[in-house]
Design a protein around this ligand. Sequence first.
Ligand code: UN1
Length: 511
Amino acid sequence: MDTLLERLGIREPEQGALIGLNRLDCLGSVIESISPVDGKILCKIRQADATAYDRVVQAAGEAFLRWRDVPAPQRGELVRRIGEAFRGRKKELGALISIEMGKIRAEGEGEVQELIDMCDFAVGQSRMLYGLSMHSERPGHRLFEQYHPLGPVGVITAFNFPVAVWAWNAMLALIAGDTVVWKPSGKVPLCAVAANVLAAGVAADCGFPPGLLNVVIGPGEDIGEKLAADERLPLISATGSVPMGRRVGSVVVSRLARPLLELGGNNGVIVTPGADLDLVVRAVLFGAVGTSGQRCTTIRRLIVSNSIFDVLKKRLIAAYRQVKIGNPLEDGVLMGPLIDKEAVETMQKALAEITKSGGKILYGGEPLTGGLYDTGAYARPCICEVQSSFPVVKKETFAPILYMIRYETIEEALKFHNDVPQGLSSAIFTNDLRDSELFLSARGSDCGIANVNVSTSGAEIGGAFGGEKQTGGGRESGSDAWKAYMRRQTCTVNWSGRMDLAQGIEFGEQG
Ligand code: UN1
């Protein structure tokens, strides 16, 4: 284990402030990175204090002044090399993600693949930072828009995707000409240090300034607040809970900077009478049990036609019984621990609320004990039958609880589906063209992501990722998400030799 940390460039104790590869000696309080797998302390981290924080943002600002002058395709070339470096470390970094966060090996490596895919995407995008050109209403005028680098950007990420969400932001920021100040979750600091050290190492080898990629580790109430309020950071991208996003968003908006928020989901899947239940069972297993129910895209609500409810219920319970829970690094294990004991306690509170409201626990839910399980972070995934109206169903409980809800008509299913405050991901399982088109229509799903016969989780990076309502409205990763990291400039060039005014206004005499 220690050799894995060493190979990934982790030092003991680790520092909570990095300018590229360079550690600053921090004076903040010490936290421990604890593996949820077996409760072992992996490493101590001295968190960033105010001075260290300040030096990091200062360095990011100075590096920006050089980085913005590097042509975008050359910036892309650095990102290409960063992607190559991660390709070479996929297994090791994937293992660290499993050990520090608890997701199974296939998902840990899958997350590194998501990071690599993001690098590849950003490389291509670096040659496609297109602005439009328009036809001017005035003779001899050229009207067009262009995109310029924005500045150093703050990136706040959650524990559940310790490196991929950083990559969504950081790789686009880099090709856009921005530098990055990354505040990872204090629950997975080692993944952040390892990823930053690897990427910043490539930047250093290419002769770029260390302040391109930076890390600050510290509590949200301190470092998160500082980032949100920092006038030097024109964009703050934040992934995490709705209360966190509300706080960060309001502080960022109050200084009229840009928030990019990707907050909670409460993702629903409608299953219609003719759906292929083999597909449904496989999708639900991955979508609701995968990552121990701790993706923002996790399937939380299964809205099922009454006509097939009992059949699907039986099949799901049978499938859940097969789920091997244990050490996420072992072959055959499908579910590791939750992030910590507190997460299991939160799950138990939600289950108590469900039964109090009159819901039924159909399978699982109990905390596990004995051996590895004694960390308190393991629980059996749970299936419940509930009413869509229960208050607990409107909340995102970050745990493997699947709510099954019955519906009679597709209109009722859609009503249930949209009747939650969050709006991230959604899906319908159907073989009925009309139901599928209705789901994708303006009257259908109100989420940022809407799928047909595909789980709500496990999105590819090529599309824009994000959601509506309390999910915060931000879009990250693919499509045109890069635009958030650049400033758009509309330009008019007059080569006519005359001073014509727009809207045909006459103002004084034309010379
Ligand atoms: C998250 O949980 O914050 O679509 C991100 C997915 C992953 C990303 C999830 N590609 O499930």
